[in-house]
Design a protein around this ligand. Sequence first.
Ligand code: SF4
Length: 344
Amino acid sequence: MPGRPVIQDEAPAAPVLEQDGQPVLLEVQNLSIHYIIEDQAPARAVENVSFRLRQGELLGLVGESGCGKTTLMLALLQLLPAAGQITGGKVYFKGQDLTAMNEEALSQVRWNDISIIFQGAMNALNPVRTVGDQIAEAIIKHATLSPAENVDARVVELLDLVGIAADHKEHYPHQYSGGMRQRAMIAMALACNPQVVIADEPTTALDVMIQAQILELLDNLRKKLGLSIIFVTHDLGVVAEMCDAVLVMYGGVTAEYADVDTIYNAPRHPYTQELLKAFPDLSKPDKRLASIPGYPPRLDDLPAGCRFAPRCPLAMERCHTEQPALHILGENHVASCHLVEAGA
Ligand code: SF4
């Protein structure tokens, strides 16, 4: 079950270190991120997003392209491009405020405590260096090895952990299949024994069979190493199968946040409901899949009211002028919709 999200009107609170007897590793409070480019309207990519990630928890972060998922993940480790700025909110790792850290302190947190598996393994790997070299570089730069360990042995250990035979460490990325490259990226992300791994659409561009293998690998690693994972994806099937909690984003804001059962069985936000209608149900093979007409809003030209209003089948007059607040629907459930407020 997810932690109770912090509601946007609340004053910044002290970080929560434990919930339901489990350590809270990551807590994001009311985080806002804008892209600021001279002579242009700021793009409000993320606004007032909050969530908690407990030890061993797998949080799914879902929404269409351009809804702020990747920006949010990059901001956790302050890896935003130059125009991206955190304009409000806090990111706590085990109670330490990452938004207040200098670059040197942050570089200790990256890889060692929190690491990222980036989208598109072919682009993320250097094509002119062997995969083993690239994993070794991550270890040398960031990890502290005991005297008994050596870098080469650790590379082999990491490759073994992700199911790649040791002799492949001398190969270049183009000699790997797509699935092997993604496994290598996972090995690299685990190089320094992080407690939190952010997997940003790690199965994009892989075929279905390989996707399933990579997802199984991540789930096994979570259990074996006790990892907490944030899984960024479009795929609601994967979320249903793997995740404990789900944060649904739309137009840079939280549409709905709840445990996975609530999201699938009792969603309250119309966007979540529409996303689920577009998701194939294997028990009803004859059912036509729905699609959501239109596109997500431009983040530099957002609607005045609810960001989903131009596409929402339930939109009312006030939806076009008044932004909905985030409403608490239960201990572990929030949604931002005027209908929720009205008790519909
Ligand atoms: Fe739809 Fe209005 Fe709810 Fe937005 S606030 S999701 S437009 S009903």
